[in-house]
Design a protein around this ligand. Structure first.
Ligand SMILES: Cc1cc2nc3c(=O)[nH]c(=O)nc-3n(C[C@H](O)[C@H](O)[C@H](O)COP(=O)(O)O)c2cc1C
Length: 332
């Protein structure tokens, strides 16, 4: 019998563990339909960026500050409100149209860095028919006056505020730049997170040394990028087994999906492989997963989940190893 690839993530039943990660590839309803036809288990829509709304309207604020007459600033306020509403309307439209075309779960994504009025938007996302909300809270902290723990607390505040405004499952996608992801995930679970995504991918800066300009580094991930999410997936799933985890970062093959499962993930969020190979990648990767399960005698994908997480001390030792020393004594 062919093994079942069904899984559960954030309380949603998925036909398989391949979730399309948020990106431009999930920014249009017809693209999402193609991803569903290609075999995706769920789709996270392109994030609505708090930052984008601010940028789209910032120049209007500049106009209003530059010119003193109050009629001018009233006009700017009006336009600002209009453009913001337009961005939100477009996003709600993307949710509605994607839900009309697709039968798999559609997850809305909000990139947030402050506890602003955008929180109210969670309720509208729910009304538009999204199956869950993913909060993308990744940012870096650079202030000298930073108090340790502030960033983690910020995650909890945002999650709690959103949870108050929606009954949808709320997924938190975090960055890898945390001192102790286990402690944060434990608190997120206690404050009602339905699942976590380990991890978001940061913009990678680079320098063009001829032009002496900052440029964008690698936009897409490669296979070796799975190491950090794999480590933390194994450790977090051992320590906080109640919460569902999607591993994101460096999933470029069916073998990588199997690794994520063994480490304790219920699903993967894939982006770069879709940019490189299109939706055709999904079926070939899932076919490998099915064959692997069968060859190893597992009837369902969930039977294999977490078999190599840090609950087992032998695996914990491997996952928590950070120094090369003993393993590379003879490396040349
Ligand atoms: C071009 C591009 C755009 C992305 N846009 C978003 C986004 O809008 N919101 C988000 O949460 N993650 C975004 N991501 C992160 C991906 O969803 C994913 O978590 C990350 O790239 C790691 O997966 P991968 O190694 O399969 O690419 C983006 C990634 C890329 C490469």
């Amino acid at each position: 019998m062919t093994p079942s690839l069904k899984t559960i993530f954030a309380g949603l039943e998925l036909r398989n563990p391949v979730i399309i990660g948020s990106s431009g590839r999930s920014s249009k309803a017809d693209l999402n339909k193609r991803l569903e036809d290609g075999g995706a288990g769920a789709i996270v829509l392109k994030s609505l960026f708090e930052e984008n709304i601010v940028r789209r309207t910032a120049h209007l604020t500049d106009i209003s500050h530059a010119s003193t007459p109050s009629a001018h600033s009233e006009q700017a306020d009006y336009l600002q409100g209009y453009m913001r509403d337009e961005a939100l309307r477009e996003y709600l439209d993307l949710i509605r149209k994607s839900k009309q075309l697709c039968t798999i779960p559609i997850i809305a994504s909000i990139n947030c860095f402050s506890l602003g009025e955008w929180v109210e938007f969670a309720h509208e996302v729910e009304s538009a028919g999204a199956d869950a909300i993913e909060l993308n809270i990744m940012s870096i902290r650079t202030a000298k006056e930073y108090h340790h723990g502030d960033f983690e607390r910020h995650h909890i505040e945002i999650l709690s505020a959103v949870n108050e405004r929606t009954r949808l499952p709320v997924i938190v996608k975090i960055g890898a730049n945390l001192t102790n992801p286990v402690a944060l995930v434990e608190r997120l679970y206690a404050h009602g997170a339905a699942a976590v995504v380990l991890f978001n991918r940061m913009y990678q800066p680079d320098i063009n040394i001829e032009r002496m300009e900052y440029t964008s580094g690698w936009v897409l991930s490669n296979e070796s990028d799975i190491a950090t999410p794999l480590r933390w997936c194994g450790i977090v799933s051992g320590a906080v087994p109640q919460i569902d985890i999607a591993l994101s970062g460096g999933v470029h093959s069916g073998a990588a999906i199997v690794k994520a499962l063994l480490a304790g993930a219920s699903a993967v969020e894939v982006c770069s492989a879709i940019y490189r190979h299109g939706e055709e990648w999904i079926a070939s990767a899932l076919s490998f997963v099915g064959q692997w399960l069968e060859a190893h005698g597992y009837r369902t994908l969930l039977d294999a989940r977490g078999l190599m997480c840090a609950r087992d001390l032998e695996y914990a030792e491997m996952l928590e190893r950070v120094q090369f020393l003993r393993y590379f004594e003879n490396f040349s």
